[in-house]
Write a new protein. Structure first.
Length: 404
């Protein structure tokens, strides 16, 4: 059948070829394909979908028991079982194309959902509920994008719109309803909320296992102590970009401009983390700069950065004289300004044209981190749907259970 679609780029190593062929035969037998089809195949890396049959998977390696021993084989998967793709697919020169990365992520999510639903027709699709309070134009656009992207990735999504005259109790009432609805996997409350409503209170009213924005104290706390948690989408998007571009973070100087709780701070926490030898460990030397960092100090820090990440919302804060040759520059800032002809346009924190010629990799604004961020919300929603994180495995929960 369309078997060839499952197989990818050629692999030269003869030893791996032999293993690949054994592996292929095994997989073909599992799927009841004939060996004749396999024998016509060239050396290959095998697609991640076929590796669902393996009993153990690691970054770039899968292990299969063939009956005559355990075979390890090189694969095109990363540690999350996603396709490990070539960075060149998402680059225009040294410019990172966030839309292409977002499409890759969406397609991976869609494939996984389609397969889950196909294997059990009674299975519903993951569902995301978005609460939008008021009519802030930027929020309306963000929410619309999230809903569109969710549909494109094979999820269902609903937007609950509330007027900005709403009270905190009204929002809590809706959240109570969504928390207890078993057909809702992920809940997002679009920020900012109108004046007089406590964002902290509202974020903490979302059940941690549905908090796909990762804004609740429980998720933040778990993340800080290296427990599995939902990580906010923007930091997650930045990490995904670094991962897909195979940017080495270990031992590097990473400077983050901006210390907001949902963006700058979690990025730094992740980049410095050791995660007990986990493959997702950042192990970088990190520095946070913020509004009280004097300009000359800011420049001294950014000039040392191998990885420079900025999330301040200040256009042209980062100019080429502040950037080290060959640095990786990730621009999260997004500001609407008027150009010299009076037309509105979106710009980041980085003087893009100037810095581009010095950086080894750079994200543009728009079209860089933004689209990836939206895709990461869906990745979290899929995790919530699959119940990948057990929030109730603390010592306190265990003691309570054993007492009852
Ligand atoms: P967001 O939550 O989207 O990151 P905020 O407006 O909350 O945006 O945060 C802006 C961040 O930018 C703050 O952490 C602030 O300290 C930081 N910042 C503001 N001015 C500077 C500056 N000159 N240099 C570095 N960081 C700055």
């Amino acid at each position: 059948m369309a078997l060839r679609r499952h197989f990818h780029s050629l692999h030269q190593n003869r030893c791996v070829l032999a293993l690949a062929m054994r592996m292929t035969q095994y997989l073909l037998q599992q799927r009841k394909y004939t060996i004749d089809q396999a024998s016509t195949m060239k050396p290959m890396l095998i697609d991640s979908k076929l590796f669902r049959h393996c009993f153990r998977k690691e970054q770039g390696r899968a292990f299969v028991n063939t009956g005559s021993g355990t075979w390890a084989i090189k694969t095109n998967m990363d540690s999350n079982n996603n396709m490990d793709r070539s960075p060149s697919e998402v680059l225009d020169g040294n410019v990172i194309n966030g839309k292409v990365i977002a499409d890759q992520i969406k397609n991976e999510i869609k494939d996984e959902i389609d397969e889950l639903v196909k294997s059990d027709p009674k299975q519903r699709r993951p569902h995301l509920s978005v609460v939008l309070v008021g009519s802030d134009p930027a929020s309306v656009i963000y929410v619309r994008n999230k809903a569109r992207t969710a549909a494109a990735a094979g999820m269902t999504c609903d937007i609950l719109r509330m007027p900005d005259t709403v009270t905190q109790e009204d929002i809590l009432g809706e959240l109570k309803h969504l928390n207890s609805d078993k057909t809702v996997d992920g809940i997002l409350v679009q920020l900012p909320l109108p004046k007089g409503i406590s964002e902290r209170f509202i974020c903490d009213a979302v059940l941690p296992e549905k908090d796909v924005d990762g804004f609740s104290v429980l998720n933040i706390g778990r993340f800080c102590v290296d427990e599995q948690a939902f990580i906010p989408a923007t930091p997650l998007g930045v990490l995904e970009i670094l991962k897909r571009l195979r940017v080495e973070t270990q031992g590097k100087n990473a400077v983050v401009c901006g210390r907001s709780k949902n963006v700058g701070l979690p990025i730094v926490l992740h980049l410095q983390a050791s995660r007990n030898g986990d493959l997702s460990a950042g192990n970088a030397t990190t520095t946070i700069c913020h509004r009280h960092t004097p300009p000359d100090q800011l420049k001294a820090y950014t000039q040392k950065a191998d990885i420079l990440i900025t999330a301040t919302g200040i256009p042209r804060l980062i100019t080429s004289d502040m950037v080290k040759d060959g640095a990786v520059v990730i621009d999260i800032g997004i500001t609407r300004i008027r150009d010299s002809k009076g037309k509105y346009k979106l710009v980041g924190d980085v003087d893009f044209e100037g810095v581009k010629s010095k950086a080894s990799l750079i994200t543009p604004v728009p079209g860089g981190v933004g689209p990836v961020t939206v895709a990461m919300v869906l990745k979290n929603t899929l995790m919530a749907y699959k119940k990948e994180i057990d929030f109730y495995q603390t010592a306190a929960h265990r003691m309570t259970r054993s007492n009852s």
